[in-house]
Design a protein around this ligand. Structure first.
Ligand SMILES: *[C@@H]1O[C@H](CO)[C@@H](O)[C@H](O)[C@H]1NC(C)=O
Ligand SMILES: *[C@@H]1O[C@H](CO)[C@@H](O)[C@H](O)[C@H]1NC(C)=O
Ligand SMILES: *[C@@H]1O[C@H](CO)[C@@H](O)[C@H](O)[C@H]1NC(C)=O
Ligand SMILES: *[C@@H]1O[C@H](CO)[C@@H](O)[C@H](O)[C@H]1NC(C)=O
Length: 578
């Protein structure tokens, strides 16, 4: 067994690391690109075993860095699998101080005062269901012509502590960053100016990667088929800001504080008559961070995150996150928010056309930082390959060039100039960067099937070869593959077809502006609602047929079952714990 544990400290300052309980987890990489609201002040312990990275975070002894906007940083998953081994070994790593990136874009940012945000929030939270219902074809009118039939959603009116109050208290959401600004405009963040002609219309925002709680809720308020009669509803939405809630307690708070809102919510829900109908199995909830922030398996304060996903009520619900667990049934990944939030269909089409025409000077590019202390990380190898690619690769090294690395326009410009965009795992499997690069019509190159293929099944084609290139991280690690050669070998025809597919997927990966409505385009929100309703329909059918498909396969094979419909042996087995 190759064991190596690395403890990461994202603090610019050194801090003594106290203890890290290291659990068996599976590999997990972390990272993601843009805007990381929470800063990088974590301690991580990663343990690789074969290709599996086990990781643990110790969140009690970390000091913050003031860096709201990272193009590339990390989260800290703690995945503890049954039968985990405790290890306590650590090392530390210095990280360069990164600067808030948004400043670079400041000329383009619409000034948004806190007051404005609060007003927006209040306007939203007090707008009662009737506004949305003006547009709803109430069922019963004309049964046949009810376009909402089978699509109604009931949204709970939760006590303010579960949503509006959290947002109103936006100053406390992040220890180091004023999140108020990034949650303005109904979660889209400050508007970006098109200084370098990188963006199209006015619909570009410096969107934080963890702002989906607010974006999704705002969209839900405008959903065309809301009902206030839960018995008509195909699914029931719980508008809890789960991501913002845990985000404010990830560091320096004990487990009881971290769990308290989730526990209170479940207590509240379980008493509702709507809950009792199906034990919550028709309920869904969005938590706009990676699943690892909600899967703490220990009561120790050293464990990472809260235990929302493990609560019995949460196991009955459909839980939406930006990175799901390949090993669990109840969470479902939906795209990270990008910077583009169009108001009209033609903005989307124009953008797609522009990405078809744009001249791409670089064969491939990489935006990110190495993970020198993360043994098993291929980031260093990727950067080496990029640097020695004889001019075929462009690198935006997030360790060296923090400023441009955090600037949405620099990053988007580079993606637009590249044919392929490398998307290696970071601190977890997935990256916001993958979505930003596809938005720029750049073909993603993934190195781990957990980075996209076993997630986002409602949004991306199951046949990953249609829109991406897969290069096994093991081949990179062991120096068996030249990324440059591999990409050069792909025939032009195939490159064009992949790029066209990526561009075709763009609408599915963006979240439209909730203040307007797209007419013909289905965006990431629309597809998510469809996915949820299909799932709940299936659950209802199973309940009425008295069957339970959960027993068809062991839960750790969820990724395989979801993707292939079977749990037979597969080439990707070594990438996941079993
Ligand atoms: C909710 O709707 C009712 C009826 O349309 C209206 O009278 C009331 O003022 C609204 N409440 C709020 C808080 O907007
Ligand atoms: C909500 O439901 C009630 C009864 O089902 C109905 O009378 C009412 O119009 C609906 N809308 C609002 C805004 O209350
Ligand atoms: C957790 O922290 C809160 C507030 O910081 C404190 O009131 C509470 O007693 C702590 N709980 C435990 C079990 O230490
Ligand atoms: C979860 O669903 C099952 C089956 O419908 C039900 O028996 C159980 O009580 C539910 N759990 C909770 C916590 O409501």
């Amino acid at each position: 067994m190759e064991k190596s544990i690395v403890l990461r400290c994202r603090s610019p300052l050194w801090f003594v690391i106290s203890t890290a309980f290291v659990f068996w987890c599976f590999l997990f990489y972390f990272n993601s690109s843009a805007l990381r609201s929470s800063g990088n002040e974590y301690l991580y312990a990663f343990l690789f075993r074969g290709s599996k990275l086990l990781l643990v975070a110790d969140n009690n002894h970390v000091e913050p860095v003031n860096q709201p906007f990272l193009m590339d940083d990390r989260v800290q998953p703690v995945v503890q699998l049954p039968g985990t081994v405790d290890l306590s070994e650590h090392s530390r790593e210095d990280e360069p101080v990164k600067e808030p990136s948004i400043a670079q874009e400041s000329t383009g940012i619409q000034a948004v005062s806190r007051v404005t945000i609060i007003e927006n929030v209040e306007a939203k939270s007090s707008s009662n269901v009737s506004s949305a219902e003006d547009r709803v074809d109430q069922p019963g009118d004309k049964a046949d012509s009810d376009t909402c039939s089978g699509r109604y959603i009931y949204v709970y009116d939760l006590p303010g502590r579960f949503n509006a109050d959290i947002l109103r208290d936006c100053l406390s959401l992040n220890l180091w960053t004023d999140m108020c600004k990034y949650l303005a405009n109904f979660g889209l963040g400050p508007q970006l100016a098109d200084s370098g002609r990188v963006f199209s219309s006015t619909s570009w925002y410096a969107t934080d990667q963890f702002s989906l709680d607010v974006i999704f809720n705002s969209r839900m308020k405008q959903y065309e088929c809301l009902t206030n009669d839960s018995s008509l509803a195909s699914a029931i939405f719980v508008p809890f800001y789960a991501g913002l809630d845990v985000g404010r307690y990830l560091w320096r708070y004990n487990t009881s504080v971290r769990d308290s809102t989730s526990l209170a919510l479940m207590k509240w829900l379980a008493e509702r008559p709507e809950w009792k109908v199906l034990g919550g199995r028709d309920h869904f909830l969005l938590a706009g961070r990676t699943t690892w922030d909600f899967r703490r398996m220990t009561e120790e304060d050293s464990g990472w995150g809260n235990k929302l996903m493990f609560l019995p009520e949460a196991k009955n619900m459909t839980m939406l996150v930006i990175e799901s667990s390949p090993l669990h049934r109840n969470d479902f990944a939906i795209p990270y928010p990008t910077f583009f939030h169009p108001k009209r269909d033609d903005e989307v089409f124009q953008w797609q056309n522009r990405m078809r025409r744009v001249k791409r000077r670089h064969l491939f590019s990489f935006v990110g930082a190495p993970r020198p202390s993360l043994s098993g990380s291929i980031r260093g190898k990727i950067i080496d390959q990029c640097l020695s690619s004889k001019g075929k690769c462009r690198l935006l090294n997030c360790d060296a060039g923090w400023k441009s690395c955090h600037s949405p326009s620099s990053v988007m410009k580079m993606f637009q100039n590249s044919v392929f965009c490398l998307q290696p795992p970071g601190d977890s499997y997935s990256r916001k960067s993958a979505f930003d690069s596809m938005l720029a019509g750049c073909i993603p190159v993934f190195f781990h099937p957990g980075s996209a293929y076993v997630q986002y099944l409602w949004h991306l084609p199951k046949d990953y070869t249609k829109y991406s290139v897969f290069i096994s991280e093991n081949d990179v690690k062991e120096g068996r593959v030249s990324i440059r050669e591999k990409l050069l070998q792909i025939p032009n025809e195939e490159v064009r077809a992949k790029r066209e597919e990526v561009i075709r997927l763009i609408p599915r990966l963006i979240y439209a502006d909730s203040r307007s409505r797209l007419k013909t385009t289905e965006d990431a929100f629309d597809l998510t609602i469809k996915g949820v309703i299909d799932r709940v329909d299936r659950i209802r059918k199973e309940i009425s047929d008295g069957v339970n498909s959960d027993i068809d396969y062991p839960e750790v094979y969820t990724w395989k079952y979801n993707l292939f419909g079977t749990v037979e042996k597969h080439d990707w087995d070594p990438f996941f714990p079993s």
